[in-house]
Each structure stands twice: as C-alpha cells, then as structure tokens.
Design a binder for this molecule. Structure first.
Ligand SMILES: [Zn+2]
Length: 500
C-alpha cells in the first residue's frame, strides 16, 4: 500500500528504527536487546540523559521490539503491522505522553483507568512518558500506585533530562539507563552517512565542525546540517557558510584571539571582540570555541606538535582555566561583551592598568592624566576609625596579584572598617561591580587577610542603595555606565600598553 510522500525533516527521516542504528549507546541497547531475547522485561524503564542523544528513539524501538510479530535477535522487523503502526504513531497500544504538558493528576488518573484494559492489538501496552520529571507530585503519587502493582501487559518507559528530579520512590521501581553524549567523531561519522545518502555536498571539515558544535547531541547536529543544506541547495557547503549561518567565529579568528591573549596584545583582543559583536556573533559560542581550541593546543603540546606560537603547557592550562571561569560567569552575565573585554584585558596586561580610569569623578577625556590611584575617601561610618592606608595597600596588593578585574570592582566600593570587619559598600548603580566582586570572594578574603589581618569581609549595599529596588532602571544605568567604562579603559590603554 503506497503512502503519500510527505516532507520529513532530516532528523525524523534518519531517526533510528532499530537498536543497531542507535549511535553510541551500546550498553543500553545491548542490555535492552538481551532482555527482549530472554523475555525478562522490566515493568518500567528510565532513560536518563541530555537532550538529543536518542532517548525517545530508543523508547520507540523498545516499544516495537516487544510487540513485533517477527522480532529478530531482539530487534523489531519494522515490516509487520505492529511495527509500522508504532513507527507512524498510530498504534492504539503505544501511548506517548509529554510530561511537560500533561503534568496533572487527571492525565495520570485517566492513564490508570486505561491501564486496566488489555492491549487492543499487541502483546504489551507501552506508555512512553517524556520529561517525566515535570509531573506534579500528585501525578507522581498516582503513577506510583500503578508501578507498585503493574499489570502484566503494561510497560512504562520514562525519559528525562533531569533524573535527579524524579522521586526516589519512582526511580527505585525502574530499571534505569544513563545515555551518553556522543563524541564528535561519532556524530561526524553519522553526518557523513546522511550526506552520502541524501546527496548533500559538504566537506569532512564542515561535518566535523558541526559535530563539535552540537556538543554531543546528534539531533542538534542533524538540524544544523539540514539548515545548511537547505540554504545551499546543491552547492557545496563550505566552512564559511557555517560561520555565516550559525553565528560562529571562524577558526582563524579563534586562533588569532588566543594568540592575542598569549602575546598580551590587548588592543588586538579588543578589536576582535568588537568586530565579532558588531557582526552579531554569539560571544558565548565564541568562548566555547576558545575553550575547544585551547584544549586542542594543550593536546598538541602534549604530543610534541607545533603550535601557532611558542607557548608552554602551564600557560595553556592556566589560560584554559581562565576561559572556563569566564564561561561560568558569562552564562549569567547580562553584558557578555563587557565581561569578555574585561577578561581579555585581565589576561593581556603584563602590567596592571593604572587604576583609575574607572572612578566616577574621572572625565572621559582625561583618563591618562591620572596615573596615580585616585581613590574616593572612605566614608566615615559608625564613628569607627577608617584607614585609607590599608585600603590603598589592599588595592596595591590586588594589583600586584595582577587581578585587574577585582581591582576594577574594588575601585567602585567604599570601604567601611571596624576592628574585626571590612565592609565594602556599593551604590546601587554599581551593582555590576558588587556582583562581580562577590564572585571573587575567596580571593578577596585571602588578600584582605594579608593586609588587614584577621577581619571578616562583607560586600554590601551602601545605606542609600538598600532601599532602592527598581531593577530595570538599575540595569539601564548599569549598561550605560559599563560601556562608558570600557571606553575609558580602551582609551586609557592606548596611552598605556606597549607591545613588547
Ligand atoms: Zn515487526
């Protein structure tokens, strides 16, 4: 019987229909296949793992394999009526439920009522509940009752990206599998197969780049390939297309940025960031690319291979660590570009910047004219003594440690000192600095101890800032302020940095 041709996305079209076609989940697949062959099926399975690695595909293959009229070595035949219906999603006995949109107790109650009935056509009723961790507590409780006394003809397959959110009472009644992210080589290999069969013209290098970019999720890789293929038609997909369409920076840009960092070329680093930002590139992806390239350089160094520039292993490892820190920070940062710029400055300055282009009294036109630290007088508070000397020394100590980010954050703070406490207060408009400093709490404690001895450190709002809470206004002024500061830093650098 002929079926009308319908458009299918590459991912759907190439979705595995047999266990043998599932990429990189060998342990899970073999265990399930053995259970089918030996007819020792569990009543509930849990497939946990990141998105796009094959959870739903495996669930459907399992549903087919247990119901197939002619199974072969635990594989579904994909030709019998049952297999075909399940593939098409029209089987009455394989029910897929999206936990995210059917979270409530009503759905689970209905499910419990239906479960009592034997399957209409097949051996097993299979319930596939995707994103099962999204169910409400009541729904879980209702489900639990079913799992405690499961009818012989029912199999549950739960899928989740967040197994830690599934109650233990449910987990303990499932046979659980953890699916893995796919290594880039496996993804690239699959993409090559797809390209060959679909007559997609793409270089191996492009496929490898897509594979890396997909971060272990085959589905994401397929979607990218499809986007590129539909953009290029029958033309060959070049690496350049990838950068244009995916918002990626080119490999040369990534290399040249790393070189700028290692060779302490602040200006070049900032130019690259500016250029990427202006062309609308995703800076978070850029950092991912930097991390990957730095890792490749480390591996190359370990193998004794040539690198684009002479650099030792400890330096590369330190650079990777900094980039990973940056990635953690940038995920939360509202102003990615600035954070990247500040980091680039921190990493490229063989000499810490003279501290003061960033205080609020400074005029944009005269940053270089203020080579000495220009500190705000600490606010006298609570009649306690304040000692600007210690604060100044603290700033110098931070500079000596070459922690120019922390230095910049501290400059906006007002020290309030008591015998056993150093409180660094921030005005509301400087919340970026306050938040930034909070991320370096450990280092801060350490450096404060060196200067002040054993005192407690507190990072707090200044008295007048505590009452204000208009976040959006704050953000806006913050944004403008930070831009201004970066401009100042840049201008400042022009007169300051001397390339070795
Ligand atoms: Zn079959």
């Amino acid at each position: 019987m002929a079926e009308a041709p319908t458009y299918q996305s590459l991912y759907r079209k190439w979705r595995p229909q047999r266990f043998a076609d599932v990429v990189h989940q060998e342990y899970t697949v073999r265990t399930l296949q053995n259970a089918i062959i030996s007819q020792q099926l569990a009543h509930a399975y849990l497939l946990a793992g990141p998105r796009g690695v094959g959870k739903t595909s495996i669930a459907r293959i399992l549903a087919k394999a247990v119901n197939c009229a002619n199974p072969q070595h635990g594989e579904p035949c994909n030709a019998c009526d049952h297999c075909r219906k399940i593939t098409k999603g029209t089987s009455l006995d394989v029910i897929e439920i999206d936990g995210a949109s059917n979270r409530g107790i009503d759905q689970i109650r209905r499910l419990r009522e239906e479960i009592a009935f034997v399957p209409a056509e097949t051996r097993y009723k299979v319930y596939i509940i995707d994103e099962v961790h999204m169910l409400t507590n009541e729904a879980f409780n209702a489900l639990l009752k079913t799992l405690e006394e499961p009818p012989q003809h029912v199999i549950f397959i739960f899928a989740t990206t967040e197994p830690h959110k599934v109650p233990l009472t449910i987990l303990s009644r499932c046979q659980a599998f953890e699916l893995k992210l796919l290594p880039p080589e496996r993804i690239a290999q699959r993409l090559r197969e797809v390209c060959q069969a679909e007559k997609i013209n793409a270089s191996p290098q492009v496929l490898l780049t897509i594979a890396h970019r997909a971060r272990g999720a085959l589905r994401d890789a397929m979607v990218m390939l499809e986007q590129l293929a539909s953009y290029k038609g029958t033309q060959k997909i070049e690496e350049n297309d990838l950068f244009e369409i995916m918002g990626l920076a080119s490999h040369e840009t990534v290399q040249s940025f790393l070189q700028a960092l290692l060779q302490k070329e602040s200006r070049r680093a900032l130019e690259i960031i500016g250029d990427l930002a202006e062309r609308g590139k995703d800076l978070e992806l850029f950092i991912d690319e930097l991390i990957e390239e730095a890792r490749a350089w480390i591996l190359a160094r370990l193998d004794g291979q040539e690198l684009p520039l002479p650099v030792d292993l400890p330096t590369l490892i330190e650079l990777s660590r900094e980039l990973l820190d940056l990635k953690r920070e940038i995920g939360r940062a509202w102003e990615k570009r600035v954070l990247l710029e500040v980091k680039a400055l921190e990493l490229t300055q063989f000499k810490a910047p003279s501290p003061s282009p960033v205080t609020e009294e400074i005029q944009p036109t005269a940053p270089a004219a203020a080579p000495t630290p220009k500190l705000k007088a600490p606010r006298p508070a609570l009649s306690e003594s304040t000692s600007p000397d210690k604060w100044t020394r603290l700033l110098e100590e931070v500079k000596r440690d070459r922690r120019s980010t922390v230095h910049a954050f501290l400059l906006e703070g007002h020290p309030v000192e008591t015998a056993d406490l150093l409180r660094i207060e921030y005005d509301l408009k400087n919340s970026f600095h306050k938040e930034g400093l909070e991320k370096h709490a450990k280092y801060l404690e350490d450096v404060v101890r060196r200067v002040y001895g054993e005192v407690r450190v507190e990072i707090a709002w200044a008295g007048n800032a505590r009452d204000q809470s208009d976040v959006s206004a704050r953000r806006k002024s913050k944004s403008a302020e930070i831009r201004e500061k970066i401009k100042l830093i840049q201008e400042h650098l022009e007169g300051e940095i001397v390339n070795p």
